[in-house]
Design a protein around this ligand. Structure first.
Ligand code: C5P
Length: 238
């Protein structure tokens, strides 16, 4: 009954601005991807980390992992990713050995998730939930709109969901391995593909539960997030 973590890290990260692929950006002198890998390996339950690299970046990622070794009990594999996050996750799942029964899927773009959050997700899966997502209440009120065309004009508001019932979901999301594999084999998602693995499990009709997320599990998406991540690291080191 092994637990493995799949880290999709094949995105280009265009919203961060120009430069290296997002996962290879430095944070506190260490690449973001390495922080994410260490965050998974920090859990004593995790014995395998599968990194899904940009299709043309497998050698580079392998080199990087060689420079920043993991604790001895955790093994790391690198596989080539695909055109969408969903495809990258599927390719990562295909690399898992049979002995893995619990799978975490964790964005490389969430490098600072604390180990207690990782452990809470694993524990909820081991307690019987087929899919577990860490999530936080929202600070902002959310509106549903009719999205404007590329011109960026005013967008008509369609509604305001009750904020108290909404959660912003993070990763690692945890799954019973067979449930997640079945979701990836059978659930079709239009457009960019699924941005959320738990959403695919919902479409199967299997139960998905939320456990408390953590502020430091935020996604590094925009330039401001890099500043915040540097500040969190500096505080941890103080
Ligand atoms: O772009 P976004 O921040 O939503 O990406 C979430 C995660 O999915 C990132 O870790 C990114 O590297 C990964 N991804 C991927 N393959 C893609 C696109 C995104 O592994 N084709």
């Amino acid at each position: 009954a092994r637990t493995a973590a799949v880290i999709p890290a094949a995105g280009r990260g265009v919203r961060l601005g120009p430069g290296a692929p997002k996962a290879l950006r430095m944070l506190g002198g260490t690449p973001m991807l390495i922080h994410a890998v260490r965050a998974m390996a920090a859990s004593r339950a995790v014995s395998l980390v599968v990194v899904v690299a940009p299709p043309d970046g497998v050698a580079e990622v392998k080199g990087l992992l060689g420079e920043y070794p993991l604790p001895e009990r955790a093994e790391v594999l690198v596989v080539a990713g695909g055109a969408t996050r969903q495809e990258s996750v599927r390719l990562g799942l295909e690399a898992l050995p049979e002995t893995v029964s619990t799978v975490l899927v964790h964005d490389a773009a969430r490098p600072l998730v604390p180990v207690d959050t990782v452990d809470a997700v694993i524990e909820a899966v081991r307690d019987g939930a087929p899919a577990v997502v860490p999530a936080l209440p929202l600070a902002d009120t959310v509106k549903e709109v009719e999205p404007a065309d590329a011109d960026g004009g005013p967008e008509p508001v369609l509604g305001t969901p009750e904020r108290a019932r909404l959660r912003a979901v993070q990763t690692p999301q945890g799954f019973d391995r067979d449930t997640l594999m079945r979701a990836h084999e059978t659930v079709a998602v239009d457009g960019e593909g699924a941005t959320d693995d738990a959403g695919m499990v919902e479409k199967l009709g299997a139960p998905v539960v939320v456990v408390p997320g953590h502020e430091e599990a935020f996604k590094v998406t925009r330039p401001l997030d890099l500043l915040l991540a540097e500040a969190v690291l500096a505080r941890r080191r103080a």
